[in-house]
Design a protein around this ligand. Structure first.
Ligand SMILES: *Cc1c(COP(=O)(O)O)cnc(C)c1O
Length: 396
């Protein structure tokens, strides 16, 4: 049995989420759009799920649209705000350099429609200063999009404060809360958000399902055209089993949040402490304002990718950046955004733990990462140059 420490990439489904899905793949298999009783049963379940998730988020069921996940929700949130911007003559959007690619690539796409995008620089702490957001908002700004918690370095952004600034300036605020849910309170009223994205597979729900919260009065633009499902906002037969699984997973994540956070934070601190002793290493992102389960280090003189492969051979699942970067040789845009050099950004290891990890596993992680970093350094010509003084160390 290996150790799974890549929970920011995806999580194992909970038994309750799996069980919540089964009836909707079996007896209750109707299409929610059908008017016969098979369909009505599915429709009732769908609307009950909408009711349950909106209760957790503190909004009205009508403000929830079910989607295929975080990426789709981000795409739709931004494109909807942009469509309103086009109608009102506002073609400027404020976001940050370390957003998820679902946000950044959607913004790139909008440039072709004549949008101007301001990406706020991220300080080394990985914490966005709300004042910088305030200063970047212009009369033609239609949207601010800032993630609630970063998926690589786990830093937690002052979403409620940014929300307040945006509301004061009459600018839409979208937050990608995909990594936050289950660890931070996600209440749409407290965060003062207009649009918010969630994805079920990051909190023990199924993959390929998520939701988009859209505040009443704001019209969503479809990304997928077709039938009139989801009040015409998202065509395609609803994935009823997955939606039922997500609702169950959301309830558990919200109910267990405080208990899990205490436990996971303790494990994480132990892990950070154990890895900090490795010479010429640095923890990426603020130590305090970070998700309970996130650990992200740069180890000078090694390749993060090689470390991940070596750990895998020893039964440990980790990541060198985000899952989306796998197979790409580009260093993480998040680590580059917080000012790490190209070389250092390529030396990163992300370990993301949760309530299913044990203290014994943390000790194995510490020991195995230490050994593997040492082994890789001994094989590295880059490391040889550093210790022979041919190049200066970047990290103490
Ligand atoms: C995983 C993730 C996404 C994408 O969600 P999918 O459901 O996998 O499309 C978006 N944003 C963040 C911050 C994520 O961690």
């Amino acid at each position: 049995m290996g150790i799974y420490a890549d929970n920011a990439a995806t999580t194992r489904m909970s038994r309750r989420a799996i069980n919540a899905m089964l009836p909707y793949m079996d007896d209750i298999y109707g299409n929610p759009s059908s008017i016969h009783s098979f369909g009505c049963q599915a429709k009732d379940a769908l609307e009950e799920a909408r009711q349950r998730v909106s209760a957790i988020l503190g909004c009205s069921p009508r403000e929830i649209t079910f989607t295929s996940g975080g990426s789709e929700s981000d795409n739709q949130a931004i494109r909807s705000a942009a469509a309103i911007g086009i109608r009102t003559g506002k073609r400027h959007i404020v976001s940050t350099a370390f957003e998820h690619h679902a946000v950044l690539h959607t913004l790139d796409f909008l440039k072709r429609d004549g949008f101007e995008i301001t990406l706020i620089d991220v300080p080394e702490s990985g914490l966005i200063d709300p004042e910088q957001i305030r200063e970047s908002i212009r009369p033609d700004t239609c949207l601010v999009s800032v993630m609630y918690a970063n998926n690589e370095i786990g830093t937690i952004q002052p979403a409620a404060e940014i929300g307040r600034i945006c509301r004061g300036k009459n600018v839409f605020f979208h937050t990608d809360a995909v990594q936050a849910f289950g660890y931070l309170p996600v209440r749409t009223d407290i965060l003062q958000v207009d649009l918010l994205s969630l994805s079920a597979h990051k909190f023990h729900g199924p993959k390929g399902v998520g939701l988009l919260y859209c505040r009443r009065g704001i019209s969503l633009t479809p990304v997928i055209y077709g039938g009139a499902q989801e009040r015409g906002k998202r065509a395609g037969t609803e994935n009823v089993p997955a939606i039922m699984g997500m609702a169950a997973a959301m309830e558990d994540a919200a109910a267990d949040m405080e208990k899990n956070n205490i436990y996971v934070t303790e494990l994480r601190n132990r892990l950070i402490k154990g890895l900090s002793d490795i010479p010429h290493s640095v923890l990426n992102g603020d130590t305090k304002k970070r998700l309970p389960g996130n650990v992200n280090f740069c180890f000078e003189g090694i390749e993060g990718e090689s470390l991940v492969l070596m750990l895998d051979s020893k039964g440990i699942a980790a990541s060198s950046g985000s899952a989306c970067m796998a197979g790409s040789l580009d260093p993480s845009h998040v680590l580059m955004a917080i000012g790490r050099s190209y070389r250092l950004a390529n030396s990163a290891l992300r370990l993301t733990i949760n309530e299913r990890n044990t203290p014994e596993e943390i000790d194995v992680l510490i020991r195995t990462v230490r050994e593997s970093v040492e082994a890789l350094r001994n094989m590295s010509s880059d490391w040889k140059d550093l210790i022979e003084g041919k190049r200066e160390f970047l990290l103490p």
